[in-house]
Design a protein around this ligand. Structure first.
Ligand code: ATP
Ligand code: MG
Length: 735
């Protein structure tokens, strides 16, 4: 084959034949002309080459499909000197097609728009659908009106080459060249159109594929990012691991730190390492090709944090069965796992929690029942004690007087002393009962508990004996408590005696005072706040549950008849409640006992304890006392005591009478009055008197149950009382 021809054939080999197929025979018959033709063909071929070079360049430079279509239409239209050139893509129904952009020669209208193929007549439509190029050199001459002639003419087409692109059995696109006058299309021109159409198609496809890829990449990226999914890709062949930032984060590795497979293996929780590694190997094993689907824990490389990861993936194998890579997704499921764990735990402990709640309720019920029982007992004992106390007052007073007067002989005096002692015991008993019933006439003041407790150490020690070690521990800076100091001392003494009794073989008795912040659910059942805790703890026999439950009941005692009244703890309990505090007992048989007395912290500083001055033995005149009491017996015994103490006594049987005495202008140095009397009460009298004589000292005498209407801060003496007690109280009033 001649060189030149071979050149042509070479080009024709990769592009399609362009010249007439019969050029070869012409070349052999007419050499001179053939030479000339060959040269022309060469030129033509070079032009063509340049054309396609330029076309490729423009198509490659196209950013999107419509750019590519436009470039191809423009170049082809100009090259063929056509009036219009358009590339159309066809809908899947093979009828509707779109011309998205076209080339138009100057003065020619654009054909951009959507068209139905069938409107161009059956011939054109059939040619297109069968993939045959439609070639019309003269529309008017070649097409019947029924063959779409009008349609062609309507858009200014007198000649056309329309090249269909049938892909995968379907008309996918068309390239059309229009001429606004009849034109004798050459074979070369027809071939050129076909070829440009093919190239345009493949570029449109490429650009579309690229755009789709970009779009799908973006979609994937967004999905992965928004769903917080990490992916992973293990390149088995090159032993490389690809992790994006999300996956690195699941292993506690910063985004910019490079990773290797070691980071994966080492980052696995020791408990999950074996199973996870085995699953990975099964996925990479060509004979298994298992789905890799595991939940595992990781230990953060940089932060040491434990996380849960759910990973899923599969191996990719080549034709020979070799595993090239294993790739998949990873999801941080730490929160979900934690929630699952919490739920499991919640379920597991549900029964226990229900049981605890029921127990709590039962305990609360029991506590309520107990307190109701105590309340009822308190009312009962309080009533009895009150009456009993009233009966006791003249007995104590009379016996006191008989004793002081030294009436009768020695035998009588012994009997009187015995009776006085019994009366004294009865008085203590009544006092305790009243304390339990919370009917004590308490004088709650701010008490320096630290001082009070420290001062009691010796007294306690003297009652406990040498076998028992007494330890007193007081917190420094202890705030004052709101309490009645005398009753508080009594309470501590009672508790100490109990402790002593519980340690017949000796032990340690520890009295301590601390301040505690009580919160909700405290064993004392007190409302939250600051409380002073006075604890009396021993290392003695302790108590069982049943004893603890009944210990504060009045008359409950395990000490045997004549040994214990069973009123010690009752008194302390009543005192604590009356002061707005509580009593708690912690004890176990053989383990000792800790009884705690909780008292509210006082908002004021502690008052200086006013220690009653004992009266000097020698009696001298102290002035005149106005004594008011409606009960003659009591008035008599009190008057007697006052006379003994050096007072001249003016008696009045009622408050009203006392007012009259005062109004007469009688000189009075002290007013001693009973509180509860028919008509005006003692307190009312005191107020009335002090309005006119503010300097006059007033001592109020009251029964235990007569607290109503009594001014708390007023000096007071509780019935029954002995002479020395009256003297001591008076000494604080009158100097
Ligand atoms: N520290 C303690 N160790 C062991 N048991 C105690 C302790 N304190 C009290 N108890 C038990 O509680 C019961 C009631 O105590 P409470 O102080 O009310 O009465 P009592 O001590 O028996 O009699 P009283 O106080 O009149 O002497 C006691 O009999 C004893 O069984
Ligand atoms: Mg006791």
């Amino acid at each position: 084959m001649p060189m030149i021809s071979s050149g042509l054939c070479f080009f024709a080999g990769i592009r399609r034949p362009f010249l007439d197929p019969d050029c070869h025979s012409r070349w052999t018959t007419q050499k001179g002309a053939a030479q000339h033709e060959a040269e022309a063909a060469l030129r033509e071929s070079e032009t063509r080459l340049r054309f396609f070079g330029e076309l490729e360049e423009r198509l490659f430079g196209a950013a999107d499909a419509s750019d590519a279509m436009k470039a191809a239409a423009e170049m082809l239209g100009q090259r063929l000197n056509a009036s219009r050139c358009a590339y159309a893509d066809v809908d899947t129904d093979s009828d509707l097609f779109w011309i998205r952009s076209d080339y138009n020669a100057p003065g020619v209208e654009s054909s951009v728009g959507a068209y139905s193929l069938d409107l161009f007549g059956p011939r054109a439509a059939a040619d297109m659908r069968l993939g045959r190029t439609l070639i019309v050199r003269d529309v008017v001459a070649e097409l019947q009106p029924s063959e779409g002639r009008e349609m062609f003419q309507a858009i200014g087409i007198d000649a056309i080459i329309c090249c269909p692109l049938v892909k995968e059995g379907r008309l996918a696109a068309m390239m059309a060249v229009h001429q606004d006058h009849a034109r004798d299309w050459s074979l070369g021109e027809i071939t050129l159109v076909r070829e440009v159409a093919e190239r345009c198609w493949s570029h449109v496809q490429r650009v579309g594929a690229e755009a789709r890829l970009r779009e799908s990449d973006e979609r994937l990226r967004l999905a992965v990012q928004n769903a917080e999914i990490g992916f992973w890709d293990v390149d088995i062949v090159n032993d490389r691991l690809i992790w994006p930032a999300q996956t690195k984060a699941m292993f506690g590795i910063s985004a910019d730190v490079p990773v290797t497979m070691d980071d994966f293996y080492n980052g696995l929780h020791p408990h999950d390492r074996e199973a996870t590694t085995a699953a990975f190997l099964a996925a990479a094993d060509p004979s298994i090709r298992a789905l890799y689907d595991v939940d595992y824990r990781t230990i953060g490389k940089e932060d040491g944090v434990e996380r849960w990861v759910a990973a899923k993936g599969r191996g990719v194998f080549d034709a020979s069965g070799r595993c090239l890579r294993v790739a998949g997704t990873a999801l941080d499921i730490t929160a979900r796992k934690r929630a699952e764990e919490a739920l499991r735990e919640l379920n597991a402990t549900l029964e226990a929690r229900v049981a605890a709640a029921i127990a709590d309720r039962e305990e609360a019920h029991e506590a309520l029942r107990q307190s109701q029982k105590m309340e009822a007992m308190g009312q009962l004992t309080g009533g009895v004690a009150h009456d009993f106390n009233n009966l006791l007052t003249p007995i104590v007073g009379a016996l006191d007087m008989l004793q002081r007067k030294g009436l009768g002989g020695e035998r009588e005096q012994r009997l009187i002393a015995g009776a006085a002692l019994s009366a004294e015991r009865a008085r203590t008993l009544v006092q305790r009962l009243l304390a339990f019933a919370r009917r004590q006439p308490l004088q709650a003041v701010s008490v320096d508990v630290a001082k009070l407790v420290s001062g009691m150490g010796d007294l306690v020690e003297s009652t406990t004996g040498p076998q028992i070690r007494v330890v007193v521990e007081v917190e420094t800076d202890l705030p004052a408590a709101k309490a009645d100091p005398n009753q508080l001392e009594m309470a501590l003494l009672n508790l100490s005696v109990n402790a002593r009794d519980a340690m017949p073989d000796g032990g340690t008795l520890r009295i301590s005072a601390t301040v505690e912040a009580i919160s909700k659910g405290h064993r004392s059942r007190l409302a939250p706040g600051s409380f002073i805790c006075l604890s009396v703890a021993d290392t003695g026999t302790g108590m069982d549950e049943a004893t603890i439950a009944r210990a504060v009941e009045p008359f409950f005692s395990t000490k045997g008849i004549g040994k214990g009244t069973g009123l010690g703890l009752s008194m302390v309990h009543g005192l604590a409640s009356q002061l707005g505090g509580a009593l708690t007992i912690q004890s176990r048989p053989g383990m000792g006992t800790n009884v705690e007395l909780w008292l509210p912290v006082s908002s004021e500083a502690a008052e200086q304890a006013s220690v009653p001055q004992r009266l000097a033995a020698d009696v001298h005149h102290r002035g005149t006392a106005l004594l008011v009491d409606d009960e003659e017996l009591v008035r008599m015994s009190t008057a007697d005591m006052l006379v003994d103490l050096g007072y001249a006594v003016v008696e009045a049987a009622s408050a009203e009478e006392a007012v009259r005495v005062l109004e007469r202008g009688q000189s009075i140095d002290v007013l001693v009055t009973d509180h509860l009397m028919p008509g005006m009460t003692g307190t009312e009298l005191a107020r009335h008197v002090q309005a006119t004589r503010p300097q006059l000292p007033v001592l109020l005498v009251s029964g235990y149950a007569e607290l109503e209407g009594v001014d708390a801060e007023r000096p007071r003496l509780t019935k029954p009382f002995r002479k020395d007690e009256l003297a001591a109280t008076l000494s604080t009033l009158v100097d």
